[in-house]
Write a protein that binds this ligand. Structure first.
Ligand code: SIN
Ligand code: CO
Length: 395
C-alpha cells in the first residue's frame, strides 16, 4: 500500500551528466580497493565535479510521505533527541526546532532514475554489496549526532556544505534513553568541510559526526554486509522450504519405564540421528545467497501493470518499445541463473545478453529472435512488475 505516489515527471528530473566518471578522483578503482575499502577513510575533493544534488528539499519532503520509502525525522530540542519514522506528513514539518533537525530518506534510487544512475557509478564494488542511496537534508547546524555504522558508506555532498568529523578510536558508550545511537563522548581525530561534489568514504565502525554548515543535502551510498547471525538465521529459514526428509519416529523396542516423566536416552539417540539428516549441497548455498541478496526489503512492493498486455500483445510490443528493469528490482547473476527479486530463473546465453543490455539501460527494442522460453520469462517479469516498458518506470 502506498499513500502517495510520485512520478518521474514531477520528481528528480535532474540527471547525472558525467555518467561514465568513476567518482574516485585520480585514484584507480584497484588502488581504492587495495588501500582503502574496508580499511581506512578517504576524502575525495570534487569526486563528482558540478554535482549539486538530484532532488530539492521539497521533493525530499514529498518522498518522505511515501509508504515505501523509509524516512526518519530527527530533532534535537531542550537537550532531547527525538526520532519520528515515516511516512511523514506535512504537520510533522511544522514547529521544527530552528536549526536542530534532519530528514533522512532511504531507497531514493527506487523512485528517481538519476539516483539509480548515480549508484551505477559505484559499480567498482559488486552490486551484491550495494544497499541503497539515502538522501538527507539538514538546515545549518543540523545533524544526527556522532555515531558509527556497521556498513561502508560514501558520503557525497550535495548542495550546501557539511563539516564532517571522524575518529577511529572512540569510546563506544552511547547516550542512554535516546531513540538513536549517539556516542556519549566523541572526540574528533580529523575534520573537513565538504563542498558540493566532495565525497568522504568511511569503512564500517568509524565514528563520524556531520553538522550542516549551510542548509545542505548529503547523498549516502550505502553497502550491506550481513552479520553471521543474520546469514545463518536466513539460511535456516531457506532450508526449511528446501529440505524434505522421509520417515517417522519409531520405537518398536520400547521398554517399560520406571519413571514416565523421564526422557529416555534411546529417544535422544534417535532424534540425534534424525537431525543428522539436515544436510545441504553447495548449490543450496549458492541459490540461498542469490535469493537472499535480491529479496525485496519488507517495505518494497513491485507493482504489476494494472491492465497487463496479453502474451501475444507483449511479444509484438517488445519489438517496438524497450523494456527496463523497475527501479525497485534487485537483480544478480550466477552463471546461467538469474536471481530477480528473490526468485530464480534459468536463462541461456542469448537471454543473458539481452538482460545485461536491459540492466545497462540500453534504450533498444528486444531482438526478434528470442527463443520461446526467454519470451515467457520476460512476460512473467512484466506481469509481476519486475520490468516495464521505458518511459513508464514509475512503479
Ligand atoms: C546524514 O546524512 O545526515 C547522515 C549520514 C550518516 O551519518 O551516515
Ligand atoms: Co552514519
Amino acid at each position: 500500500m502506498r499513500s502517495r505516489r510520485t512520478s518521474e515527471t514531477t520528481l528528480g528530473r535532474r540527471s547525472i551528466n558525467t555518467l561514465k566518471t568513476i567518482p574516485l578522483g585520480d585514484l584507480a578503482p584497484e588502488t581504492f580497493l587495495r588501500e582503502y575499502w574496508q580499511k581506512k577513510p578517504l576524502l575525495i575533493r570534487q569526486a563528482l565535479p558540478g554535482f549539486n544534488g538530484l532532488l530539492t528539499k521539497q521533493e525530499l519532503i514529498a518522498l518522505s510521505g511515501y509508504e515505501d520509502a523509509q524516512s526518519r525525522l530527527v530533532t534535537y530540542s531542550n537537550h532531547q533527541w527525538r526520532l519520528k519514522h515515516g511516512p511523514l506528513r506535512k504537520r510533522d514539518f511544522k514547529n521544527l526546532p530552528g536549526d536542530a533537525w534532519s530528514l533522512l530518506v532511504q531507497d531514493v534510487n527506487h523512485f528517481i532514475p538519476a539516483a539509480n544512475d548515480l549508484l551505477q557509478k559505484f559499480s567498482f564494488i559488486p552490486y551484491a554489496r550495494l544497499d541503497d542511496l539515502m538522501v538527507s537534508f539538514a538546515p545549518a547546524g543540523g545533524g544526527i549526532g556522532p555515531h558509527y555504522d556497521s556498513y561502508d558508506v560514501f558520503l557525497l555532498q550535495g548542495p550546501g556544505r557539511r563539516r564532517w568529523e571522524i575518529a577511529a578510536d572512540y569510546d563506544a558508550a552511547l547516550i542512554p534513553d535516546v531513540p538513536l545511537k549517539i556516542l556519549r563522548h566523541f572526540k574528533a581525530e580529523q575534520a573537513w568541510i565538504l563542498e558540493p561534489g566532495d565525497m568522504l568514504y568511511l569503512p564500517p565502525n568509524y565514528a563520524h559526526h556531520g553538522v550542516a554548515v549551510d542548509a545542505c543535502m548529503t547523498y549516502s551510498i550505502g553497502f550491506r554486509a550481513p552479520s553471521y547471525q543474520e546469514l545463518i538465521d536466513q539460511f535456516l529459514i531457506y532450508l526449511q522450504d528446501h529440505l524434505s526428509v522421509d520417515g517417522w519416529y519409531t520405537d518398536p523396542d520400547l521398554k517399560l519405564h520406571r519413571n514416565p516423566f523421564e526422557i529416555d536416552s534411546d529417544m535422544q539417540r534417535q532424534v540425534r540421528s534424525i537431525l543428522k539428516k539436515i544436510t545441504w549441497k553447495r548449490s543450496d548455498i549458492e541459490e540461498f545467497l542469490g535469493v537472499y541478496l535480491t529479496e525485496p526489503k519488507p517495505h518494497v512492493f513491485l507493482t504489476p501493470p494494472e491492465q497487463p498486455l496479453t502474451f501475444k500483445q507483449f511479444k509484438k510490443t517488445i519489438q517496438k518499445r524497450s523494456l527496463q528493469l523497475s527501479l525497485k528490482s534487485r537483480i544478480l547473476f550466477d552463471r546461467n541463473k538469474v536471481y530477480l527479486n528473490g526468485e530464480i530463473f534459468l536463462v541461456d546465453h542469448a537471454a543473458k545478453k539481452i538482460l545485461s543490455a536491459l540492466l545497462l539501460n540500453h534504450n533498444q527494442p528486444i531482438p526478434n529472435n528470442l527463443n520461446g522460453e526467454t519470451e515467457k520469462t520476460l512476460y512473467q517479469w512484466y506481469v509481476n512488475g519486475y520490468v516495464l516498458f521505458a518511459a513508464s518506470n514509475t512503479n
